[in-house]
Write a protein that binds this ligand. Structure first.
Ligand SMILES: Cc1cc2nc3c(=O)[nH]c(=O)nc-3n(C[C@H](O)[C@H](O)[C@H](O)COP(=O)(O)O)c2cc1C
Length: 465
């Protein structure tokens, strides 16, 4: 089983309002190097695969046409740049993987290639790139480039990944750097080449600015859930994040992903599927009940709404309750419509439903959609069920509440999974890089896959609302 911990360099990632929890340290820790260094050490002691950093550009200003609610409730603002935090964690750990989000819409690929080669060198091959196309329109109001529609963002991302990979994989031979004092040759210019890319979106001559790093290419993560997103993931990704409602319907989603991977000529098992789940694990049933009450008390409905409106690129406050959501889908993330469909296949979801669903705090329940909530035994049972029924390879754990949640994952959940023989008790010394941790010692960078004309298969008609 592979386990990542989800975080972001902002107060109380994901759960709006939880920075008010008495034990919370994320509200000030998010911009404190000591906080991140300590977290890295803690996760490495628990043998986790990787610490995963989400990131966005711009502010959540879709809800009520303003960023005020996002600012008030700390909806990914304030935040700092996670790239700058990674080397400090790398310096104080030796095995923990570090996965970071980097946008194909708001950065240049030449710059991306240099950033990730640098990080891969500095971490000794422990870096993953979470490839995102970025859904927030507000980034373009800050001079970061034009906002592109959903599918066009993925078109650009296809070419972007191609360029970055050519810089990593074609520009420098393994033995290009000689450091030959006697011959006065640092690098043999005959073993370094330009890539000469001239495409629809980018013109990049090269050569790449960095010598080959331990992994050459970072482990490629992706989370596309729309048809277009899944095609992108099937072509490029080595690790895919999924946010599935529950194991039974999740099984068909994972099967679709693996089928699409196979249709791209890749081994369907060459992609690791990680389910993203909120984790709230307690030592006893009574404590779980108490925490469920606390969850309701801390929940910020307005903060959640601001977040969802940004994700969707739709102002849910601007439509009458009875409007069907499918009719007003914006150019943000499209997976939320699919998520609702799986949550209630028979329903026509309306704006009022979604507003209620998003803004209303409900007590978490054992076995409820997406959540891993309950006693440690209940949560471990549920994780076993996910792996067996949905065929996932692991989890991207979102700790709730942030600080206590991290403690509980490390102190309660991981030991229980280890007791059951489901999770490593030590890192395998043969697996030196993050890619090797996922795919075994000596695992190569996967071959690049040419684009296919077809899109991922649509969901079966029966599953539509
Ligand atoms: C676990 C997880 C983490 C994500 N992290 C980010 C992120 O940090 N930044 C971002 O812009 N999008 C992030 N996304 C959104 C995805 O990149 C993608 O836009 C989303 O899954 C919707 O895909 P779709 O547009 O194909 O429907 C994340 C998604 C998931 C499931």
């Amino acid at each position: 089983m592979h386990l990542n911990l989800f975080t972001q360099c902002s107060p109380s990632p994901q759960f709006k309002g939880f920075w008010r929890h008495p034990a919370d340290r994320s509200a000030t820790g998010y911009r404190d190097l000591g906080y991140w260094v300590e977290l890295g050490r803690r996760l490495e002691a628990a043998c986790l695969d990787a610490l995963f950093f989400a990131d966005v550009h711009g502010t959540y200003d879709v809800y009520q046409g303003s960023w005020r609610a996002a600012v008030r409730h700390a909806v990914q603002i304030p935040s700092i740049d996670p790239l700058l935090v990674l080397p400090a964690i790398a310096a104080t750990t030796s095995r923990l993987g570090l996965a970071v989000t980097y946008s194909t819409t708001y950065h240049a690929p030449y710059e991306c290639a240099r950033v990730f080669s640098s990080l891969d060198h500095l971490t000794g091959g422990r870096i993953a790139w979470n490839i995102v196309t970025s859904y927030l329109r507000s980034a373009s109001a800050n001079g970061l480039g034009s906002y592109l529609d959903h599918d066009e963002r993925y078109d650009r991302a296809d070419e972007y990944v191609e360029v970055a990979r050519r810089l990593w994989e074609e520009s420098w031979d393994d033995d290009a750097v000689r450091r030959d004092v006697a011959a006065n040759v640092f690098t043999d210019p005959d073993r370094v080449r330009e890539i000469g890319h001239d495409g629809r979106w980018f013109s990049v001559r090269g050569p790449h600015q960095c010598e080959p790093s331990p992994q050459r290419t970072p482990v490629l993560y992706q989370a596309g859930a729309s048809g277009r997103g899944m095609t992108f993931a099937a072509r490029h990704a080595e690790v895919v994040f999924l946010t599935m409602a529950e194991p039974a319907s999740g099984a068909s989603q994972v099967a679709r992903l693996r089928a699409e991977v196979a249709a791209h000529g890749r081994d369907p098992r060459s992609v690791k599927a990680l389910q993203g789940s909120m984790v709230m694990v307690a030592p006893t049933r009574a404590e779980a009940r108490r925490r469920a009450e606390e969850y309701v008390a801390l929940w910020s409905g307005e903060g959640q709404l601001a977040k969802w409106c940004g994700w969707m690129d739709v102002d849910l406050a601007a439509y009458p309750d009875e409007t069907p959501v499918a009719e007003i889908a914006g150019q943000g993330s499209q997976s939320f419509v699919g998520f609702l469909r799986r949550l209630g296949p028979e329903r026509t979801w309306t704006v009022g439903d979604v507003r209620y669903l998003v803004a209303t705090a409900r007590r978490p329940r054992t076995g409820a959609p997406v959540t891993l909530f309950g006693t440690v035994e209940q949560v471990a049972d549920r994780m076993e069920e996910w792996c067996a029924v949905a065929d996932v390879d692991g989890f991207n754990l979102i700790p709730c509440p942030t600080t206590q949640g991290i403690d509980d994952i490390c102190d309660l959940l991981v030991p229980e999974l280890q007791r059951r023989g489901l999770f490593r008790t030590a890192y395998d010394p043969a697996e030196r890089t993050l890619r090797e941790r996922y795919f075994g010692a000596g695992a190569p960078v996967p071959a690049r896959v040419p684009a296919r004309d077809t899109q991922a298969p649509a969901e079966p008609a029966a599953a539509r609302g």
